[in-house]
Design a protein around this ligand. Sequence first.
Ligand code: ZN
Length: 1019
Amino acid sequence: MRSFIFLTLFIGVARISAAEFDQGFTQGRTYPAEVGDTDAEIWCRATHNIESGMCQMTMPDMVVLDLDLKTGSVSSGGVVSEEFSARTDESGRMCALDIKTVDQSHLGQWRCDIAQETHMSEFGYISLLNNEMGFVRDVRLPRHVIPEVYNLTLIPFIVEDNYTIKGEVKLTGYIQETELNNCDYKCITLHTRDTYINEETLQVGLDEFSPYKIESVGYDIDRDFVIIMLEEPMLQDSFYLHMDFVSQLQDNLAGFYRSSYVDRINNVTKNIGTTQFESTDARRAFPCLDEPDMKAVFNTRLGRRRDMITLSNMESLAGEVIDDEYLLDIYEPSVKMSTYLLAFIVCEFGSVYDEGHENFKIWSQEDRVPELGYAAKIGPQVIQFYEDLFDYKFPLNKMDMAAIPDFQSGAMENWGLITYRDTAILYDEVNYALKSKERVATVVAHELAHQWFGDLVTMKWWNDLWLNEGFASYIEYLGADYVEPDMRLKERTVNFDMQDVFYLDALPSSHPISVNIENPVYQENFDRISYGKGAILIRMMSNFLTPDTFHQGLANYFKEHAYSNAEQDDLWTSLGDQAHVDGVLPQEVTAKQIMDTWTLQKGYPVIKVVHNKAEGTFELSQTKFNLESGSEDKEEFSWWVPITYASTKEDMMDSSVDYWLNTESASIPAPSNMEDDLFIFNTGAMGYYRVNYEDSVWKQITEVFPSLPVLSRSQILDDAMNLARAGQLSYDIALDLTKSLIDEDDIMVVYTFDKRIEFLDNMVNADDRYESLRTYIREGVQGLYNKVIENDSSDFIPTLLKTVVLPLACSYGNQDCIDSAKELFAAWRSADADYETAVDPNIKAWAYCYGIRYGSAEDWDLAWSRLQQTSQILERDSIISALGCTEDPELLTKYLQLSVDPTSVIRTQNKRYLYLAIGSSKQGSDLMLDWLEANWEDIKEFYGDTFVYNVANMVAKYPDHANTQEEFDRMNNFYTTHKGELGSSADPVKQGLDKISANVKWRQNFYEQVLEWFVANTQ
Ligand SMILES: [Zn+2]
């Protein structure tokens, strides 16, 4: 219930111009500089004119330089130095130092001081760093200032030629005694970025009425710090801080940002203000202590135009009138929470809720409200499921979820106000594919899992991000499975997490999932390995602890650390203690002992099993699995491996642990000793490891393969193909397993087959003998193709199988398949206004792709023009991908050029799909790399902040098709030329080099063998 009380106009909506930012303190950020560089400069610019005409620079070795801005001379201890000169600019606010030649003593952190008479004195820190030093690392806040309550007022002006936020923050908390205090309690350091702090309004005190005297204000732009220096130390007691500020509503998808959309009901463009704060962007919206363990209570007040609404983490309690145009919504005090989980939305959205759940609303632009029903239905069910699973009630009294028109990632778990990109929350039965439904179910279940794991209990620091994400990525399958049991999500995680990550984690460039994060601005650990491997390790753990113990341990963990922060060791303690109570782990073994071997080491083991029937034993040994044959790691790796096995004569899904292998090798008793016994290890594919057998056992497995449980079939096929790829198993044995494909119809096995065959195809498709591989697969999947086209079931799994089998059959030349795609495309082409509904949504992507591939330039142009018109999300995404399916180099180049056209209708968030589609063929990925290099500067200018992210997508697929030394050299050349500009994308590109290097080795070793096998098997 909200009511509006008319209050005095205590805030007043002063329109702020962008020019006002110019009044703030500014300075150069970190400069790259090498010893010997000439004409380097360091500068800072004060908020006001430098009255004295003098300023100071302190060198990294603490030598103080006096700059005379009037004469340009620089002196130290009264002696004029010839190495430097000083200058200012026409504003008279600049203090700049020119360095003639950079030497070693210039590298490091500088300080700029501007003393003022009539205004507050200011200072700043600037770094000169060479390439080797990279970026600023020690970015943590001092620990003596502990926030407790923020009273925060934000009035965003979502109006053209303004786009600013007028803000006020009052912060209270306490000063604690700590060794980690760099200023003798005389400073308060907050995070801020791209924000103009009005220094005249700064107040620091014991409380509102007992102020401390402020000496100066400093900025450390590399660390996003504002530092308020006091004349006297603060008491180790409470503190109070107040400031007014102006921040910006940029369109960069970070901080409090703006976005726009066309409302199709009235056909008008509308703007919204929304937030994305993880990891380090709350500081762009307001000055705060922006680290995950600086939890506090937030009393938020959000300004809005009268025709808009606001949403935030908590419930809105009341409102105030600001003026004729603007109102202020007042939110109830938040629970104690981290800054990165705050969220604010100012918009004209509409909402729905499922009957009986009016406190769980789903929001979107008005014309998409009909597409919110599915999320509204499953959301409350998943929350209920988690409350039972975690034995902990959802702590807020409402939940809102919103579809945001521009969103960089998939979704964000802000506590009580989850934000999503459109495809992760919108669904209806007419315009979307069942695959879209699966995506909504899993993403919603993922974000809701974070409400406990991440929001209620938060990681202490970003090191443990993997735990946050891995956990949510595992639990999402339980949550989504609860509402959609037909999707078989608990099993299929083996396909899309385990088998996918097995590949990346077997490359030399892999990393342990638990990594030390020095500067979270460089989010190097937000990758597939953190999410996927994390999920699989938690799944493995849940299995070896047994689900009951795992869930009880989790419940204990939530109770103990609620509203606080924890590290991975705290979770291991909660789970391990419960395991000891329940007797599922030996008393002398801790969960930490086991899990450290998986989280602190990169990679995973392959277990070699030798069944010694004469002795009645299994001889087990573990070694790190490397994809590149012959590559040896210098370090020694060893894991605590939960060994499970089952005879093909018993329950093959029993995955209780039979033995803990924590040594390099072991001999353990085998259960029986019959001549024809066959034991399959890693039952249910629950362990994050591969298994290799003796050749004779592999032959036995091939014979019984079709009768094995599906999880075993999928994982054995994946193991065999990868063991062969790494030179640890003969390709003859691995490929023999694929013969069973003739009778295979399970989605998981077909999926594995599809992925593993794609690799072989990429490696040999330029060879004369390639046709035999095509024939083998075309004939192999013929039966499956017939089955899926005859099956008109609209159930999830049969439909999904169809979406995998059709592209597979078409790409290997199944003529009937190609003809039907063309036919569907022709129907789409000749449809008029109703083209969006001409093709079944589930097979749209396939039909459009093959239609464009075999179509004309006119067809391509038609698709491009329909992309400009359509507002249907699946139609849009299917066309974006299909346009990249053409094999015409001119059209591909045209598409690339259109991708960086300022008038392009493809939102930045969707460019990824365009580049991945073009890169999916060898021709496309080659052409894209040429184009990128030829137009590097223009593309860089076009993308600005998102450049490196897009570059990563442009080159992501290149390694898949590259297996020659020339191709390696080309990528390596690209990497070394642009390394310095690649930022957070340098790692994925380096990973790509590893992939090519492994491919080159593969080509030398297995190329002939594989082709000969296909030739021999298609006679
Ligand atoms: Zn997540």
